[in-house]
Design a protein. Structure first.
Length: 110
């Protein structure tokens, strides 16, 4: 007699808190996913010479995005909407890359 498992295995989601941003900003970032090329764009957004491993840059991207968001909220003159959208595109892409890079956990048969 064989026992089949009724457990469905899903990739774990990142444990970071969610982003609550205006819909227009999120829509722009989602639309920007179409043209995103990690190898080309991530180093440029990070202002770095190399592209880090998936998920390695998320903390830095989120910290920089938080700064841009604070500038947006206080309507600061040095707020850069283009940079903010690029950071949001990078965050969404890196979150996806981090999930894709994690191997699926294996379910143990009972």
């Amino acid at each position: 007699m064989t026992a089949s498992s009724n457990i469905i295995v899903f990739r774990p989601r990142p444990t970071n808190h969610g982003l609550r941003r205006p819909g227009t900003l999120i829509r722009a970032a989602r639309e920007g996913q179409k043209g995103w090329k990690r190898g080309r764009d991530l180093a440029r957004v990070l202002r770095s010479d190399h592209v880090p491993a998936p998920a390695a840059a998320l903390a830095r991207l989120r910290a920089e995005e938080e700064i841009q968001n604070e500038l947006r909220l206080v309507q600061a003159a040095d707020y850069d909407i283009k940079r903010h959208v690029l950071l949001m595109i990078a965050i969404l892409a890196e979150m996806r890359a981090a999930v894709d890079a994690e191997p699926l956990p294996t379910a143990h048969a009972m």
